[in-house]
Design a protein around this ligand. Sequence first.
Ligand SMILES: [Zn+2]
Length: 398
Amino acid sequence: MLTRRAFLHAAAAFTLAGEPKGSPLRAAAAQYDLVIRGGRVIDPTRRLDNIMDVAIAAGKIADVLPAGSATDAANTFDATGKIVVPGLIDIHTHARSKEMPSICLADGVTSLIDAGSQGVDRIDDVVSVAKSAPNRVRILLNIAKTGILPDGELKDISRVDVAAARRAIDRHRNFIVGVKARVSRSVAGTNDLEAVRRAQAIVEPSRLRVMVHVGDTASPLPEILALLKTGDIVTHVYSPPPHGIFDETGKVLPEVTAARRRGIRFDIGNGRTGHITWDVAEQALRQKFLPDTISSDWTDAGRKDQVFDFPNVLSKFLTLGMPIDQVIERATIQAAHTFPAFGDLGTLRVGSPADISILELRNGEFEFVDNANTPRKGTTKLFAHATVVAGKLVRRPA
Ligand SMILES: [Zn+2]
């Protein structure tokens, strides 16, 4: 355990690491600013699953070494019995208020996407949340200028102003990484295909990504997929019918596997209503149609119901039988590959930003629910324990 004094020291060391090279302060420093000692390090990018030390210097991963061998450290954190993974990346959240990114950080999430909470009208609000966040927050602009409306922001397609959306992207190029189109019938009525066409028109000059929210769409999924390009993302991939990923016999549609082959990515987006059921998830996993990324679709309401936190959402996939390294892969390197803005993340390779999640995998009896509120018992569950972001240790509040 890190003492309060050591914690303050760690914060100081982080500041020192920012000193110019050759500074006398820096010359006197230990080899490493912080060493995460003796945890079970799982890093799918290095095919690592071993008890090791992770050493950090100047905000970067300096070394991943056999446990006990990183000795020259200004500070250490004892991760014995814990799981140490690259910082978790949640590509579908709604971080609408200033406090939310910090809450996610305490849950082990070092990078996240606000997936279309706001459109052109109030995009500056989300950008200011992102700017003040302690973690890396990037944004998908809702193609409707109003952002999310409870009654469905795309039922009136005139809410999509392509030129205004392009200008918003230009103004916030460091934060906006794509656009979001929610095209379920409850959001878009019968405007689903036109909404996706306009989404593509918005990103045409910037070449950013389109994320489409599917499930119970007016049009069959293949018609929506036909409008997507390499790198675009389908969220709520395990939505129940109508117009999910299966044909009438329960097989994954050939258009869905073809879309994956041409680089369309399929994301979970757990959320609370109509986005995932155990049945659909199991049917897909049996056919080896795994998600590319697991994400929470975390909101204020979700914090108290079904979603709770990102480690809870990841634990549902352990309960569904997915091995832990595959679960971690979908919340780290696979998520990093989704957006170029996260391209340096999701790995413990030497020289990468020192974003690290320290988790606890507890054994016991745990209950999880899907969006139909069907309970499912699990025997293991992940809990956030501590997080390192850009080399700085953040403890979970008690
Ligand atoms: Zn969402």
